[in-house]
Design a protein around this ligand. Structure first.
Ligand code: TPP
Length: 327
């Protein structure tokens, strides 16, 4: 959680400095993806949105690789074909992020069905924001998950806001987002998303259920989006300024820290030391990535790359277009 928060803070500043075009942070939501990650096994597959970089960070994906993508430099693992924060790593169980929200749920269910059909014990997990549950893909995914008892964990991150739209709008007449699962006969849980240990317990239970082929679980994580939707957003235009401070569930980092100190497993000194070590780690990674290049520093992937890796044999019209572009 602390690494994700520090990473976010540095990258947000980097965006303001013009080193990247775009960034999305996780402030206040760090417990969800990081605690969930520890419930998974190698080979499992997440279908994440832009708000789950914690799955990669907690899964030891190299920070430099993330930054190379964020800075759109020549070492960008995705060669400039994605938005800066739309990562992809098969090896880390992180399916390429799609900007089309809601698709993550149907794709996760389909992947899980394929895993079950092939007799595998690998599971999938789908991710969606509460606003996107109002998309028809959400409901299609629940139909298939319940009908085929797919080994999937379906996660709704309820951070109260879908850009400027309050969660009550997407919820409609439903009591909670978790309650959407009942009509489909899918076990549904609603959990304090700012409690790292609660998220971990729930994720472990649901992952185990899926792995034993007992079927899907729907989980709603109640949390609060501490920052703007993205660097293109200004939440002061649509939500009360002090709303975040009044939010009752608190800061997930502070809560875990206080809990661990009370139990004698952590201390203020160790916390400070950790903060310093984490900052050093992030700064070192940033120096390495910036030495390769940042947005507009001139060391970007070649436009030629956008023609590669799609077709085994490039069709003539693309060869022509590539030549016209001068590559
Ligand atoms: C299918 C689709 N419709 C609209 C958008 C534009 N859009 C991007 S983010 C966003 C808000 C999503 O809110 P929510 O699902 O609550 O997730 P959060 O950003 O809060 O994590 C919208 C409407 C999109 N990316 N995909």
């Amino acid at each position: 959680m602390m690494l994700l928060r520090t990473f976010d803070a540095r990258m947000l500043t980097a965006q303001r400095q013009g080193k990247t075009s775009f960034y999305m942070q996780h402030l206040g939501e760090e417990a969800i993806s990081t605690a969930f990650r520890s419930a998974l096994l190698p080979g499992d597959m997440n279908f994440p949105t832009y708000r789950q970089a914690g799955l990669l960070i907690a899964g030891d994906y190299p920070l430099v690789d993330m930054m190379n993508q964020i800075f759109s430099n020549d070492e960008d693992p995705l060669r400039g074909r994605q938005l800066p924060i739309m990562y992809s790593s098969k090896a880390h169980g992180f399916f390429s992020i799609s900007g089309n929200l809601g698709t993550q749920f149907v794709q996760a269910v389909g992947w899980a069905m394929a895993s079950a059909i092939s007799g595998d014990t690998k599971i999938a997990s789908g991710w969606i924001g509460e606003g996107s549950t109002a998309e028809s893909d959400f409901h299609a995914a629940l139909v298939f998950a319940s009908t085929y008892k797919a080994p999937v964990v379906l996660n709704i991150v309820n951070n109260q806001w879908a850009i400027s739209t309050f969660q009550g709008i997407a919820k409609g007449g439903s009591g909670t987002f978790a309650a959407r699962g009942h009509g489909f006969g899918i076990p549904a849980l609603r959990v304090d998303g700012n409690d790292y240990l609660a998220v971990h317990a729930v994720a472990k239970w649901a992952a185990e259920r899926a792995r034993r082929n007992l079927g899907p679980t729907l989980i709603e994580y109640v949390t609060y989006r501490g920052g703007g939707h993205s660097t293109s957003d200004d939440p002061s235009a649509y939500r009360p300024k002090l709303e975040g401070e009044a939010w009752p569930l608190g800061d997930p980092v502070l809560r875990l820290k206080t809990h661990l100190i009370k139990r004698g497993l952590w201390s203020e000194e160790r916390h400070k030391q950790s903060e310093a070590e984490i900052l050093d780690e992030v700064v070192a990674a940033q120096k390495e990535a910036e030495a390769i290049g940042t947005l507009n520093s001139g060391n970007a992937p070649s436009p030629r790359d956008m023609f590669e890796d799609v077709y085994a044999e490039m069709p003539p019209h693309l060869v022509r277009q590539r030549q016209e572009a001068g590559y």
